[in-house]
Design a protein around this ligand. Sequence first.
Ligand code: SF4
Ligand code: SF4
Length: 503
Amino acid sequence: MAQNKLGTFPGGLKLAGHKHRSTQEAIQKAPLSKQLILPLQQHIGAASTPIVAVGDKVLKGQKIARADGHVSVYLHAPSSGTVSAIDDQPIPHPSGLSALCITIDTDGEDRWIERAPISDITTLSEHEIRQLIREAGIVGLGGAGFPSYIKLNPGVHHHVETLILNGVECEPYITCDDMLMRERAQGILDGLEIMQYALRVKNTVIAIEDNKPEAIAAMELALASRANIKNTNVVAVPTRYPAGSEKQLIQVVTGKQVPSKGLPLDLGIVCHNIGTTYAIGRAINNGEPLISRIVTVTGKNVKKPGNFETLLGTPMHELLAFCDTDRKADDPFILGGPMMGYNLSGDHLPVTKTANCILVGVDDGAPASTPMPCIRCGDCAEACPASLLPQQLYWHARAKDLEKTQEYNLFDCIECGCCSYVCPSKIPLVHYFRFAKTETMTQQLETQKSDIARVRHENRLSRHELEKQEKEERQRQRKLALAATKAAKEKEAAQSPESGKED
Ligand code: SF4
Ligand code: SF4
């Protein structure tokens, strides 16, 4: 392992990992569900648009919804069967709302569409590679769900020096990337080669937290067998939450700080998640779109915890039953980890592209306590890895002074939950920040809408004014023409030899 000199980030926490429980068994295949429910919005950006109708027969891997707009990707049938509904269904989302989904009744045959693997990527341009990744429906599988093809396109004004593969997985309980690295390291490197080609990158760092020695060893072993992969190192980073957040990881790996409101690309850096990298390898080398993902199912009340290769759309209760889960009504039931995840509204929700972990019951969950007033201890600021002032942000968010929250860089908050975790008054600070962000975005959207409406109104007024002026001008011209004709006739009549003769 070539260990670069590492940087660090402020704040952060040492948390109990609780990872052992779900890493005792190899990744297993989750059973095929009779019904798969596929939300059209499984990524950041515009939802996909259905290209199938109720009653259509579909094959595994067939496109069922197309990308709609620039920030959007395709969606595919995870198994063969019949489209039985296209309607609103409850989806996994903090709001607990429903959204448009395509439901497929599977036929049990799991029959693939004809696939078109690429045996030599150098026969394709970078643009063609990105297009294939987009058509394969690949988005960031670390939880964010940003379309991956966009992050593989630095544009003409940027040059990528460093690609970081994020294998940090710093949230407690989640182990899907750890197991993927242990078991499918070669597949991850397949994806890495494609990314390196698409980005024309100079150096690559595979960053893994130092509490994952098996994953580090597996990635190093695989890398040693791939002489064609150059300038690539496995780097062990100290275990400290939230080292896996993009900006914090960049600070650790490169010592550079992504500026407020800036992007990693501004520093010549691009980060991709390990699971995403693996999915890209499958898409290009095997012609398989993103139709499944590894999901960690764990928690105090899961009797057979582990990691499961699960078809997208699988109802969570089927996965929980497969893991022999005894879910009680008052158990924490979380999608993601205990720090950045959110409570699920029910267990009939489908597994989506960003569903990395289903957590049922936590080991050290303190009973919910009533928040007390802020005692201005400053612990939240000390724990904040983004160097923010959570206490001030809290006051302004509480007072709904959104302008002030902007002044305190609300949008630099990565919602890691460190501040809430350490707050002795048990104030749910992150909830306030999420609320303030949503309010701000809603207001900005409203302002945009009213600006557009105002401009349209002004345009309409000036168009009417112009039309009125044109009409007046036409009338004036007509009158002038009439007057000229009349005058000409009169003149002609006056000059006529007949004029002046008596009858
Ligand atoms: S949730 Fe936001 S404010 Fe709180 S510690 Fe994390 S980054 Fe800082
Ligand atoms: S940690 Fe809690 S009590 Fe202390 S300053 Fe921050 S918000 Fe106030």
